[in-house]
Ligand binder design. Structure first.
Ligand SMILES: O=C(O)CCC(=O)C(=O)O
Length: 259
């Protein structure tokens, strides 16, 4: 499986400009013939204009239409970052996933909302973990702040996912946390982590960390971006996870009766 992360620079509260950037970057990324494209968190708006209910995409319709079309016309799977979407009077921070035919195969509402920035007041929290298959590979998704909750990620790991997608809008001021936590989740769970962050500084002065990375199940970054706009591509090795688990099998040595 070949994966390309689109480390997008996001224009604050300007969906049409962001959709243009997305289309440009998808066209460029497709030259490497990836199997999966991965977008960052809140790529349509930035993190995040208020009141969010006014800016949010109604039931994700605009975003889902664009993502489904890009998946279908390019014949590529898309893990669509996240989109603020309004449904039943609430706003969720949701990741939509599409297969190569443009069919939506999963959607995940971010479960842990970042209270320091007020996200937990403005958004409603998801209530479910989500797994899905892309080209037959079992995958899971978590969003940004979710990475700070290892018990949540471990639950996804116990579903036996091979790849964790992690769209984010992670600030530059906590870059070391981003790098450490994403790597730790890959090492402790022995799966691939596809950490897809935004790039640049938006009009509100939010300085995003960039540094998207593709981490293998040994915790090595097989591809890593710097701070600026980037398309980051790497091929996952199908046998590596199995090999690592045969060498150092933390799953066999767990003591769940103690915790
Ligand atoms: O956990 C952090 O430091 C950043 C989290 C965040 O920005 C988010 O969840 O959107």
């Amino acid at each position: 499986m070949k994966i390309s992360i689109l480390q997008m620079p996001v224009a604050f509260a300007r969906p049409d400009d962001n959709i243009k950037t997305l289309r440009r970057m998808v066209a460029e990324a497709m030259r490497a013939e990836p199997d999966v494209l991965v977008l960052p968190e809140l790529w349509r708006l930035g993190f995040y204009p208020q009141p969010i209910a006014v800016h949010a995409d109604l039931d994700g319709q605009q975003s889902r239409t664009v993502l489904a079309e890009l998946a279908r016309t390019n014949g590529v799977n898309i893990v669509g970052g996240t989109v603020a979407n309004r449904r039943e009077g609430k706003v969720y921070n949701t990741c939509y996933v599409f297969d190569r035919t443009g069919t939506e195969v999963a959607s995940y509402d971010k479960a842990h909302l970042f209270s320091p920035s007020g996200e937990s007041k403005d958004f409603a929290a998801g209530r479910e973990m989500v797994t899905f298959r892309l080209d037959g590979v079992l995958c899971g998704v978590a969003v940004c702040y979710d990475v700070r909750f290892p018990e949540f990620i471990r639950k996804l790991a116990l579903e036996d996912i091979a790849v964790l997608f992690l769209p984010a809008a992670w600030p530059a001021s906590r870059l070391s946390h981003w790098q450490t936590l994403t790597r730790a989740r890959a090492i402790e769970n022995q799966f691939y982590v596809i950490a897809a962050n935004e790039a640049g500084t938006d009009e509100q002065g939010n300085h995003l960390a960039g540094h998207s990375a593709i981490l293998d199940p040994w915790g090595e970054a097989i591809a890593e971006a710097d701070e600026s706009e980037a398309i980051l591509t790497a091929r996952l090795r199908p046998g590596l996870r199995q090999h690592i688990r045969e060498t150092l099998n933390v799953y066999a040595d767990r003591r769940p009766e103690l915790y």
